[in-house]
Design a protein around this ligand. Sequence first.
Ligand code: G1P
Length: 324
Amino acid sequence: MKAIIPVAGEGTRLRPHTHTTPKPLLRVAGKPILGHILDDIVQLGIGEVVLIVGYRGSEIVDYVRSNYDLKVSFAEQTERLGLGHAVFLSREHVGDHPIFIMLGDTIFRGDLKGMLSTGGNVIGVKRVEDPRRFGIVEIENDRIVSLVEKPDSPKSNLAVAGVYVIRDSSSLFDALQELITSGERTKGEFQLTDALNRMINRGAEIRAFEVEGWYDCGKPETLLETNRVLLEIYSPKTEVAGNIIIDPVHIAEDAEVFSSIVGPHVSIAGGSVVRKSIVRNSIIGENAIVEDALLESSLIGDNAVVRGMFKRLNVGDSSEIDFS
Ligand code: G1P
């Protein structure tokens, strides 16, 4: 089996961070998003990965090659024509091997092993509150009978969660080829969902497997939420003398923290310095400096400097100050 990870997007919703770092390499709970995904792939015993790269692709390939003992190949998506198009580009790297697709901005926690051992074609699904934002499946027992990408009137609230095991990979690539040749787009893009629906219409069996933890990293709020959840799951115990640390946090070994209150839910990357500050629910990048600052729900990029957010007040009796 080969893993396919589409990572071509520009990550516009995470600007300015993605101006200088491709989204999959943004850190959450102590390592890049892609690191969490690849750790899962290694755990599942999959030894070969095909990356579909585009925006800042060489940085992504370098990261994988220098940190993982995996066989890596990559295809380049020069135009953003959709997830279906991205997956199609992996065809010559895949041959007729079964494939395991994981989207590059999503982290799963749950029984992926169980999903793989289900056999046949399987798609991870999860019940969601607003099904119009996702690919949606209709099922009979656990067999998928139809898939629609971001429907205006959803027939169920079971969303495609962005993890797919397709053993009939040739049928999927044929269906994708047909979409591309005939120019059939949905919402302006060639959709993986449409190709899977074609497979079903031709009699292919695809099962739905409910995934437990499904964490999006595509925008600042969800990246912070994923940071919170993963820190809770890993639950590290951290002590740094001279500070108050409220677990769970991740503080890189070579980060320095002085006279501060840090946590809960803070990740601080290597080389950073936090001094005389209060920081909670935030991600601080590499070699950043945070000094005399009060931070909450913040993303601080690599090499950034944040200083002096405490206020000096000289407030008389019966005054009321409200900075909200
Ligand atoms: C993609 C898929 C969609 C799926 C979603 C999961 O959409 O096309 O079917 O539900 O990922 O995150 P995107 O989020 O790229 O618009």
